[in-house]
Design a protein around this ligand. Structure first.
Ligand SMILES: *[C@@H]1O[C@H](CO)[C@@H](O)[C@H](O)[C@H]1NC(C)=O
Ligand SMILES: *[C@@H]1O[C@H](CO)[C@@H](O)[C@H](O)[C@H]1NC(C)=O
Length: 512
């Protein structure tokens, strides 16, 4: 009996590693701070047609509204209740978006903030996104409802009540993360409220959750909450599909809490991935691209089946979270395209690409004073919608990296080569490397300060292929470089280090 239960639990949690992406698609895009109405439109006009598999949305739960600083992005990470009205839109708009995205085969993954509520100094009143009253000082959130009994204050043993030492796992999980009121997830009542919130979203049709701040919650508590989640809606997903769970655990090594403690519950964000690949592409600390021949588990990352990978996220692109200065975001666009291209070409992990908004960076002693700035907004604080320019880029401060030709085409590349092995590696013992994915795709990078001019075995069938980085196949023509693969699978590549994008990628569907 015990064994049966163990097997059942193990089976359930492995099922939570599956993103349930449909139609052979592979990639998730984080549409950070986008409004629901804009995401719905983006699914229909761009993401579905271009083979994106899913969207990670900003937290949909009711959040605090802050004036100082003015409407920062992090107010979304300070829940006031589980009402589904936020800066991104109302419950109806959320439901409409989930339905419309599902109808074009694009899954929705919810950023779930369940470790805490708002900051201890959040005050009293109705300064919340749906206008619900709360009193942070009294730990009173009647719209859930939560009261003082539902928080961990009595358990935490630090003087300040906040986490003071990341070397102490008890503090990290029982005290307040940057003074955010820490929920007592050991209580059945709190677990029930959290599961009810997540189940409401499951019933609306979402495919899973990015769970925020998991390092700050006990794995045993999370196991109970996840175990209470219902299966995905059979309107869009096969019967018996478990919600996809990917947990934010920032683990760069050197702390007592490691991502290993969470991988049996679902996938985990592999923060080493973007930090290391950033160092490699920046060529810092003597790193070279040729050293990535055994990229993935060979670099000490978690097992492939457990990893959710990304080059940057909303935290570390502005110096929060982990990874530091090596993280490559849209601010370094040439390197960003290469690093994202590398990630999407490589088989390791479930991949997520970032889609950002711009803000005015202002560095003082290396720290960005404007790292708090919220999304493009109107004078009344409401978020601007995302206008699409005639050339398909986005306006009004929205960066839309996912629409950049090079990134969009690499999302398609990943779909085309899905399931194929990493193959035909070549390097020049420096920063020129190439690898294929079986006989379905091949990519070549030149991150050295001199030209690449070499003939390589691509493993691809003979023919003329269109490079999807410098251009793309449109009908029967190619708007970029053409690559001629001989009957023996060999092809000549020339990539100047001064090219706008010093890499080339071809795949089975870019054959002319
Ligand atoms: C949910 O799916 C699992 C298989 O993943 C199955 O064992 C379980 O019975 C399902 N639960 C419900 C309520 O359908
Ligand atoms: C790197 O590649 C170029 C040609 O692509 C070659 O000339 C050079 O010798 C290679 N090796 C090193 C260590 O740079």
């Amino acid at each position: 009996m015990k064994l049966l239960i163990l097997v059942a639990l193990f089976g359930l949690s492995l099922a939570q590693h599956n993103p349930h992406i449909r139609y052979g698609r592979t990639t998730i895009v984080q549409l950070f701070e986008w409004r629901w109405a804009d995401i719905a439109a983006e699914c229909e006009r761009f993401l579905g047609p271009n083979g994106f598999g899913g969207v990670q949305i900003s937290p949909p739960s009711e959040h605090i509204v802050l004036n100082s600083p003015w409407r920062p992005w992090w107010q979304r990470y300070q829940p006031i209740s589980y009402n589904l009205c936020s800066r991104s839109g109302s419950e109806n708009e959320l439901r409409n978006m989930i339905t419309r995205c599902n109808n074009v085969g694009v899954n929705i993954y919810v950023d779930a903030v369940i470790n805490h509520m708002c900051g201890a100094g959040g005050g009293e009143g109705t300064h919340s996104s749906c206008g619900s009253w709360f009193n942070a000082g009294k730990r009173d959130f009647p719209s859930v409802p939560y009261s003082a009994w539902d928080f961990n204050d009595h358990k935490c043993r630090t003087g300040s009540g906040d986490i003071e030492n990341y070397g102490d796992a008890y503090q990290v999980r029982d005290c307040r993360l940057v003074s955010l009121l820490d929920l007592a997830l050991e209580k059945d009542y709190v677990r029930g409220k959290v599961a009810e919130y997540m189940n409401k979203l499951v019933d609306m049709g979402v495919a899973g959750f990015r769970v925020d701040a998991c390092k700050h919650m006990w794995p045993g508590d999370l196991a109970v909450v996840y175990g209470r989640l219902r299966n995905l809606s059979t309107k869009w997903f096969p019967a018996g599909s478990r919600p996809f769970i990917y947990q934010e655990v920032i683990d760069l090594g050197g702390e007592p809490i490691s991502s290993r403690e969470y991988v049996h519950l679902g996938r985990v964000t592999e923060f080493k991935y973007g930090a290391k690949l950033g160092t490699v592409f920046r060529r810092w600390h003597g790193e070279k691209l040729c050293y990535t021949r055994n990229w993935g588990e060979g670099w000490g990352f978690m097992a492939d089946r457990d990893a959710l990978v990304f080059i940057d996220n909303h935290d570390n692109q502005r110096g929060h979270g982990a990874g530091g200065a090596s993280i490559i975001s849209f601010w370094d666009s040439r390197l960003h395209k290469m690093a994202v291209g590398y990630m999407l070409a490589h088989p390791y992990g479930v991949a997520r690409v970032m889609s950002s908004y711009r803000w005015d960076r202002h560095f003082v002693n290396g720290k960005d004073q404007n790292d708090w700035v919220g999304p493009p907004s109107h004078a009344d604080g409401s978020t601007k919608s995302v206008p699409i320019n005639p050339d398909q880029t986005c306006g009004d401060g929205w960066v839309c990296e996912h629409r950049w030709r090079q990134i969009k085409n690499m999302v398609i590349f990943r779909n085309v080569v899905n399931g194929q092995p990493h193959s035909n590696w070549w390097d020049n013992q420096s920063n020129q490397v190439a690898f294929g994915r079986g006989n379905r795709g091949f990519i070549v990078f030149n991150n050295d300060d001199w030209d690449l001019d070499v003939t390589l075995n691509t493993g691809m069938p003979g023919g003329t292929y269109c490079d999807v980085i410098s251009g793309q196949k449109e009908g029967n023509r190619c708007t970029g470089k053409q690559i001629h693969v001989g009957g023996d699978g060999r092809a000549h590549f020339r990539i100047s280090n001064r090219d706008e994008d010093p890499f080339v990628a071809i795949h089975a569907e870019s054959k002319l």
